[in-house]
Design a protein around this ligand. Structure first.
Ligand code: DGJ
Length: 737
């Protein structure tokens, strides 16, 4: 029986014009601005009818009557519809691959953040069940969907062959997809294309870092070519840190219906489910906005910050100095002390000692090919250990952070491997394929002992040095050896999934014990940006490429889904170590101040003039960090569009009293004029006073103190002189009474 008492918004209504659907049980799930409508008739397959702008209960009938209702299986399964892409495909204990799920009941409950709806369906023949779950939020326009799969088949295990989190039909003949693609040092480039007949697949099979090529988030613009500030856009984010697959299948009967299916990639991952066990898929978070791609971004950012999808999402992020590009592996007391002094002089708040600080009796970390896994201080480099450095940082007013890479080891060049050769993932009977430095291997996180070890890397450091405030958690190798010494031979296909269950177990333990330790997710750069990771991590390292010009493109891409508070953006030296490009210090600061500002160079390399500039920039950033890290993002001019010669964006405070505007010239040709920058998100009825930041030229003072209305700034814009390659302008806007 459907539990009518709990089913508060379920309606029964006559459907005069829809003949056979004479009586229907509809489940309406809403956020402030969006709604999803499901039809859960007992004994029938669960249907999705609608997803988009918020509708009220009295509009439910109209959705059906207008012919707009999708009326599609909400969780398409193999066999009942052989023609469509399945979200679920299983092999029953008796070998049959048929499924025919019918709704049994619906439960709803109010949570502290919104509402949770669970719809149980059972196969008409087999004791096989799926609960389709939905979670809506009152703070943010997000509805998460996931599935819980279980059975009680007596003949044995059920093999899960496809087990997506969720399905979403998308109507429209002009639907475009926006997604991010990249590689090491060139992450998160924005790609946009119209959906045409056939299937588009966005996937990742790195095994460890699932943002290494594509990122498991997309936007679908329903009104043609995607726009930043207008148009209906659906956003979807798969909250999973492992291999995934997003499919968009454009229907054979024309281009008006697109089937979007998101979930764990099943390649080499068939999952054997015992009777009584439940397989819980990761959530996929959907959002919808009529305010273009920036609207969808703001929805995701808000959810991340306010609904626990970014760890400590509303806490202010410190300005830090990281040692990597300053000294690389050449860590020693003198160099680190000098970096700490430089960080303090700049006005930094946190110092992070990157790779190179550890060793064992037998192996030292002089490059990336040894000692990984041996997490004790290298006493040759740091004879007095970490404590004097922590104390020195403290004396200078800085917190202390440290780099770790706890999921990995060096093969035959770490004591960890020497002691536990069976702790690494490996093909049985073969020499392992080796990653970074020609010696790196991945630990087998399906093994609880390995999970304990990974936990202990953090726990031991924190126990010995409780003042450590920050850890940069790196991951520089993929699963290229498919085989777990721990899992039984009939469970080898669980490796990819069990790895991420193990990882989650570890980070959950860490979070339970160290809720305030700031963790950065680094994966050779930005490959762990994603909502599978961020609930446990405070930020991600955007890219190993710190070149400010290339960062414009990557940060633009990352901003599509992740808030500025999470995006680590560092000022580095010139010529840039990755590209050799020389760009002005002002441009480097103006770009890094889009996200969580950091410095990644030797401050001693600054001239006196540069140092003064950098100090003022850090001071201004600290004053404005709430606006930047917690503000509403409006992307104005895309570096990916037009001539690609400018980029511009802004953050606005929720009360619209403050804003910060950024404009960049990316390439310059004489005679090219830059049209005015039209702003967005301001209050048209307020007047804003302009204050220019990071001024390094007298000419920039011409607009200082100017007062312009929000209405003019948004309708006409600001005409700015950007007359050189890598010119940039940053303005603070303050509403005046
Ligand atoms: C890769 C990271 O992305 C870098 O920032 C740095 O931490 C190195 N690893 C250290 O080995």
């Amino acid at each position: 029986m459907i539990k009518k008492a709990l089913f508060t918004t379920m309606l029964a209504f006559a459907m005069g014009s829809v003949g056979s659907l004479a009586f229907a049980e509809d489940v309406l799930i809403s956020t402030h601005n969006t709604s999803m409508l499901l039809r859960a008739n007992e004994g029938e397959s669960l249907k999705i009818a609608y997803y988009g702008a918020r509708i009220d209960r009295d509009e439910i009938a109209q959705v059906w009557q207008s012919g707009l209702a999708f009326n599609r299986a909400a969780y398409p399964s193999f066999n009942t519809n052989l023609l469509d892409e399945p979200a679920l495909e299983v092999e029953h204990a008796d070998g049959s691959i048929s499924l025919d799920l019918a709704v049994v009941n619906v439960t709803r409950k109010t949570t502290d953040k919104g509402e949770e709806v669970r719809i149980l369906s059972r196969d008409k023949v087999y004791p096989f069940e799926v609960v389709n779950c939905y979670r809506s939020y009152t703070n943010s326009d997000i509805i998460e969907m996931w599935s819980e799969i279980s059975h009680k088949e007596k003949k044995g295990e059920v093999k899960l062959m496809q087990f997506a989190s969720a399905y979403m039909p998308i109507h429209g003949d002009q639907v475009w997809v926006s997604h991010l693609h990249g590689c090491w040092a060139n992450e998160a480039n924005l790609f946009e294309e119209p959906l045409t007949a056939g299937m588009m697949v966005i996937k990742n099979r790195d095994g460890v870092r699932n943002g290494m090529s594509d990122i498991p988030e997309v936007m679908l613009s329903l009104d043609g070519r995607p726009a930043e500030l207008s148009g209906r856009v659906i956003g979807a984010a798969l909250c999973y840190s492992g291999n995934y697959k997003l499919r968009i299948d454009t229907d054979r009967d024309g281009k008006f219906l697109h089937h979007f299916i998101a979930g764990i990639d099943e390649t080499a991952s068939q999952y054997f489910l015992k009777a009584g066990e439940t397989f819980v898929t990761p959530e996929v978070a959907f959002t919808y906005s009529t305010e273009g791609k920036s609207g969808v971004s703001r929805n995701f950012h808000r959810w991340a910050r306010l609904d626990g999808k970014l760890h400590n999402g509303t806490a202010p992020r410190d300005v830090l100095l990281n040692s990597w590009e300053g000294v690389y592996f050449d860590v020693d007391t003198e160099r680190i002390t000098k970096l700490i002094d430089g960080a303090a002089e700049l006005g930094g708040e946190l110092f992070v000692m990157d790779d190179g600080w550890f060793a064992s009796k037998k192996y030292r970390r002089l490059s990336d090919n040894a000692a990984l896994g041996d997490w004790t201080v290298d006493r040759e480099k740091l004879p007095d250990g970490l404590q004097p450095l922590i104390d020195h940082a403290k004396a200078k007013g800085l917190k202390f952070g440290i780099w770790i890479e706890p999921e990995m080891a060096n093969w035959k060049s770490s004591e960890l491997y020497d002691k536990h050769p069976d702790w690494i993932l490996q093909y049985p009977g073969r020499e392992p394929l080796l990653g970074r430095g020609g010696t790196q291997v991945v630990l087998d996180l399906s093994n609880p002992e390995v999970q304990d070890f990974v936990f202990s890397v953090v726990d031991n450091l924190m126990t010995e040095y409780p003042e450590i405030a920050y850890m940069k958690w790196d991951a520089n190798a993929s699963i290229i050896n498919y085989g777990s010494p721990y899992l039984p031979k009939d469970r080898q296909s669980h490796i990819y999934i069990e790895y991420h269950k193990g990882l989650r177990n570890v980070v959950e333990r860490i979070r339970a014990k160290y809720p305030n330790l700031v963790l950065q997710a680094c994966a050779s750069g930005g490959a762990r940006a994603g909502y599978g990771t961020l609930p446990y991590f405070d930020e991600f390292w955007t890219s190993d490429d710190t070149d400010a010009l290339q960062r414009i493109y990557m940060q633009w891409g990352m901003s599509m889904f992740y808030p500025a508070a999470a995006m680590a953006s560092h000022v580095s030296t010139v010529p840039n170590h990755q590209t050799g490009r020389v760009v002005p210090l002002k441009f480097r600061f103006d770009v890094a101040m889009q996200g969580r500002l950091g410095i990644e160079m030797r401050p001693s390399d600054f001239t006196a003039e540069e140092l003064a500039f950098a100090k003022q920039a850090v001071t201004d950033y600290k004053r404005l960090r709430t606006l930047i890290q917690q503000g509403d993002l409006y992307r104005l001019r895309s570096p990916y569009e037009g001539k690609g010669d400018v980029a511009s964006l802004m953050y606005v405070s929720p009360d619209k009293q403050k804003a910060i505007f950024y404009g960049y010239k990316l390439k310059h040709f004489a005679g090219h004029t830059v049209p005015p920058f039209r702003m967005a998100g301001l209050d048209p009825d307020k007047n804003y006073r302009l204050h220019e930041l990071n001024v390094n030229d007298e000419g920039m003072k011409s607009m200082e103190g100017t007062v312009i209305s929000g209405h003019l700034l948004m309708s006409q814009g600001l005409k700015l002189i950007l007359d050189k390659e890598y010119s940039s302008r940053v303005f603070e806007l303050t509403a005046i009474d």
